[in-house]
Design a binder for this molecule. Structure first.
Ligand SMILES: Nc1ncnc2c1ncn2[C@@H]1O[C@H](COP(=O)(O)OP(=O)(O)OP(=O)(O)O)[C@@H](O)[C@H]1O
Ligand SMILES: [Mg+2]
Length: 259
């Protein structure tokens, strides 16, 4: 493996993705460093989820190149294979958990799919992951409908981590959570990054998350990454969309009002 492959968890070069006449990702390039938390922002409908789904092979690309952990995923590394599962875990924007399975069974699901393990071992791994994300034993056998939104996200994260992946993809993990639960979730992500050396690719609109947990933030506009860097650099950006996003009315609300 060459030095660059060791440095980057994900390398996307000149990627084009579209549906029919619509081009969603338009010659996009993006490098995600190993061990970093990268935040991805962009307009609603701008292609953040499409980009994430293309990287993990759920949506076919029209052209360009995608490397994950130093190997090409061109030709579609099937996201259901063991090799893919070892590389990444995913927390989807919608439908985070299987509604007919308990929290514990949800976490066991990928383990059952990929590994031949005894029931005892399955239980041990699942409960270790649930503990890691802060789910109490009383809640291990609850069904998704019996969990709060924040707990659901944590269980989904435990499931994403079941196979000890190198990368986790999180699609708006804190949306719908109250600010305290969102802050706790952010802290959990940061802890996992530091203790497990995880690379985190996080789509989010949450300005607090971007500020507190992301090492770098990438901005997707017009199908491309128009700006990337630490928040303090992006706040200085002259790009009109970036300015509107970070200095618009909604983000001003975070500042104390001038009297
Ligand atoms: N499977 C699909 N088939 C056709 N069009 C799709 C498909 N998936 C996404 N699109 C289109 O691609 C565009 C980008 O969608 P995407 O879900 O990536 O937006 P997003 O940036 O994640 O938005 P949000 O912030 O609202 O989640 C949209 O116009 C959407 O309608
Ligand atoms: Mg989306």
């Amino acid at each position: 493996m060459d030095a660059l492959a060791e440095q980057y968890a994900i390398r996307v070069a000149d990627l084009v993705v579209g549906f029919g006449q619509q081009t969603v990702i338009d010659h996009l390039s993006l490098d995600v460093r190993r061990g970093e938390i990268l935040g991805l922002v962009g307009a609603s409908g701008g292609g953040k989820s499409v980009l994430m789904r293309t990287i993990i092979g759920l949506i076919p690309k029209q052209s360009g190149r995608i490397d994950v952990m130093g190997r090409s995923v061109d030709g579609g590394l099937d996201s259901t294979t063991r090799a893919a599962a070892a590389m990444w875990g995913i927390l989807f924007q919608q439908g985070a958990l299987f509604s007919s399975l308990t929290a514990r069974q949800n976490v066991q699901f990928p383990l059952r799919e990929m590994l031949a393990l005894s029931e005892t071992l399955l239980d041990e791994i699942a409960t270790a992951k649930l503990e890691m994300v802060g789910i109490a034993p009383d809640d291990w056998d609850k069904f998704p409908a019996q969990l709060s939104g924040g707990m659901t996200k944590r269980v989904a994260l435990a499931r994403a981590l079941a196979l000890d992946p190198a990368i986790v993809f999180l699609d708006e993990p804190t949306s719908g959570l109250d600010p305290i639960a969102a802050g706790d979730f952010d802290e959990l992500i940061k802890t996992l990054q530091m203790t497990l050396g995880l690379t985190v690719f996080m789509v989010t609109h949450d300005l607090a998350s971007l500020n507190t947990v992301c090492d770098r933030v990438a901005v997707l506009a017009d199908g491309k990454i128009v700006a990337i860097g630490p928040m303090r650099e992006l706040l200085q950006s002259e790009h009109p969309w970036v300015r509107a996003y970070f200095h618009g009315k909604r983000s001003q609300m975070l500042q104390p009002k001038a009297s």
